[in-house]
Design a binder for this molecule. Structure first.
Ligand code: CP
Length: 327
């Protein structure tokens, strides 16, 4: 398997042409099929990557670690609180040194107005690809797995009605990177995208403008509503998920009066009944069960969350296989 995008950073899908994303999806599908047929997939034999985490993770860490092992390489997990970064070492020095030790550097840093800048600083100083494992703005690994899952379930994504819906949650103040990535990516595949949220949970204006531009250029549409019911009505796919009020309020406090006033923004069976008969329920996970969604929905017949989560490993492997070739 040729690393067609050798050395290319994977920080946002906005920097990947649609044809390049299509290649990543094709490779993901091949790797999934090869995983199921137990084929040797050591396309990155003896290659190494460093996985730097400023935050917790289940899917992202393990899909990268297991994924690189299945490709014949080795991933080193780095808890950044145990690195010299915690004593102030710069992103530049970290990237220069780690890139001299291996073939890829991946990083999760979701701190608001810090994470993406940190990744960019590493990218400017790295000789190997920098892979974004989620920052304050983007979560491209999740976006790619979501798109793969949608393509597996629906033959044609054009004019597919997909609703990205804010939901109430109290577990932690979540980044905006998942919905932001989705509103930028799905219109590029001709989908009719609805973004629904209560006032106060806006995404940045530049992202909204970019989503509209992608919709116009690719035959899809993009609209915003503050009415939750409207977003569920006639939807083919619903993605009800919490995100924080980062644009308007940078406080990291989880629960505040604004959040508490929107407890009714929950994905219930009643809401699902407004959607198309065969509607699919998606969630990047972890879900705040009981707050964001009723158990009967997330565990019900419309839910494709486990397929979506499983596809994280196949897409992660595709990104590594295509970017982490020989130096
Ligand atoms: N969806 C996702 O990124 O999951 P983790 O936070 O567990 O990595």
């Amino acid at each position: 398997m040729e690393p067609l995008f050798k050395g290319k950073h994977f920080i946002t899908l906005e920097e990947w042409k649609k044809e390049e994303i299509d290649v990543l999806l094709e490779v993901s599908k091949t790797l999934k099929s090869e995983f199921y047929s137990n084929k040797d997939t050591t396309y990155l034999k003896n290659k190494t990557a460093f996985l730097m985490f400023f935050e917790q993770s289940t899917r992202t860490r393990n899909s990268m670690e297991a994924g690189l092992a299945q490709l014949g390489g080795h991933a080193t997990f780095l808890d950044t609180s145990k690195m010299q970064i915690s004593h102030g070492e710069s992103a530049k020095d970290t990237a220069r040194i780690l890139s001299s030790y291996g073939h890829g550097i991946a990083c999760r840093n979701c701190f608001w107005e810090v994470g993406n800048k940190f990744l960019r600083e590493m990218a400017a100083n790295s000789t190997v690809p920098i892979m974004n494992l989620q920052c304050d703005i983007y979560h491209p690994m999740q976006g790619l797995a979501d798109l793969m899952t949608i393509q597996e379930v629906f033959e044609d994504t054009k004019k597919l009605k997909i609703s990205i819906i804010w939901a109430y949650a109290t577990t932690h103040k979540k980044p905006i990177s998942v919905p932001l990535t989705q509103i930028l990516l799905f219109p590029r595949y001709g989908m009719d995208v609805t973004l629904a949220y209560p006032k106060g949970y806006e995404l940045p204006e530049w992202a909204i403008e970019q989503a509209k531009k992608h919709a116009k250029e690719n035959g899809g549409s993009f609209r915003i509503t503050h009415n939750m019911e409207e977003a569920f009505q006639n939807a083919d796919i619903v993605i009800p998920k919490n995100w924080g009020s980062w644009v308007n309020n940078q406080s990291s406090a989880v629960v505040d009066d604004l959040l508490e006033s929107y407890k009714s923004w929950k994905c219930t069976e009643e809401m699902m009944a407004l959607a198309n008969k065969n509607v699919k329920y998606m969630h990047a996970l972890p879900a705040d069960r009981g707050n964001e969604v009723e158990d009967s929905v997330i565990d019900g017949e419309h839910s494709i969350i486990y397929q979506e989560a499983e596809n994280r490993i196949h897409t992660a492997k595709a990104v590594m296989a295509m970017t982490m070739g020989n130096k």
